[in-house]
Structure formats: structure tokens, C-alpha cells
Design a protein around this ligand. Structure first.
Ligand SMILES: [Zn+2]
Length: 132
């Protein structure tokens, strides 16, 4: 592959959950963040995450039943993410043009991101993160 496509940012339509107008998705295993495209104020992000924990995860005490935190508002971070649209083997000369792993990364709602990107990275878009 000689040309590198700059991945399009994720939008609200790519997110599985919406509470209080915040579109977000949990992006990994325990200890990794909820991600919302754009800059969400800490109070709104906490409110959305609390409701998600109660209604979708089934934790009656919301965020605090998962991990007690004195200052949840301080846990909301504004950063940058880059959508990953090619597999790790994409740089190899014998990488197939119809690679199944790459296809998985670009199917609708099959997105994957590098969530600790820099603002200057190609394809970087602002995100709000909450580590729960
Ligand atoms: Zn591939």
C-alpha cells in the first residue's frame, strides 16, 4: 500500500448509547474509557455515565458501585482519538487488498480507535473520555 488514507472522525451516529444528549460508547475492557466524540462538559458526561452504569450495566449505585471516587468530575478528560482503519499487517508488502481484518475495522459500528492520540496526528478528532 503506497497511499495512506486519513481516517474520518467518529460521529454521534457511530455511538451505541445516548443519555442527556451525550453520544458515547464504552471502548474496551475494565479500566478503559467511555468515549464521546467532541468536548462534553464534565457534569453532563458524569450524568450520562451514571445513567449508563445504572440502566445498561445494571449497577444500582451508578459509577460509585464500580469504583468509589471522591471527585468523579476530575476524571473526565478532553483529548484526541484517531480511528484505526487498517490492521497491523497493512504495512507489509504481501498485505491483501481484501484483508478480512481491515474489513472488520471499517464495517459500520465496528470501529476501533487509538484514544490517546495527539491533536496533530492525521485524522485526530476531539473526544471526551471517562475512565470507569
Ligand atoms: Zn489488513
Amino acid at each position: 500500500m503506497t497511499t495512506e488514507t486519513i481516517p474520518a472522525p467518529l460521529t454521534a451516529d457511530d455511538m451505541a448509547f445516548t443519555y442527556y444528549g451525550v453520544h458515547f460508547d464504552p471502548i474496551g475492557e475494565e479500566g478503559t474509557p467511555l468515549l464521546a466524540p467532541g468536548r462534553i462538559g464534565p457534569r453532563r458526561m458524569i450524568a450520562a455515565a451514571n445513567r449508563y452504569m445504572r440502566e445498561d450495566v445494571g449497577e444500582c449505585r451508578g459509577l460509585d458501585s464500580y469504583r468509589r471516587h471522591a471527585r468523579w468530575l476530575d476524571e473526565v478528560q478532553h483529548g484526541y482519538a484517531v480511528r484505526v482503519i487498517v490492521c497491523d499487517d497493512a504495512r507489509l508488502a504481501d498485505h491483501s487488498a481484501d484483508c478480512g481484518a481491515c474489513a472488520e475495522l471499517t464495517r459500520p459500528h465496528g470501529w476501533y480507535v487509538r484514544w490517546n492520540a495527539e491533536a496533530t496526528d492525521p485524522g485526530a478528532f476531539p473526544v471526551t473520555l471517562l475512565h470507569v
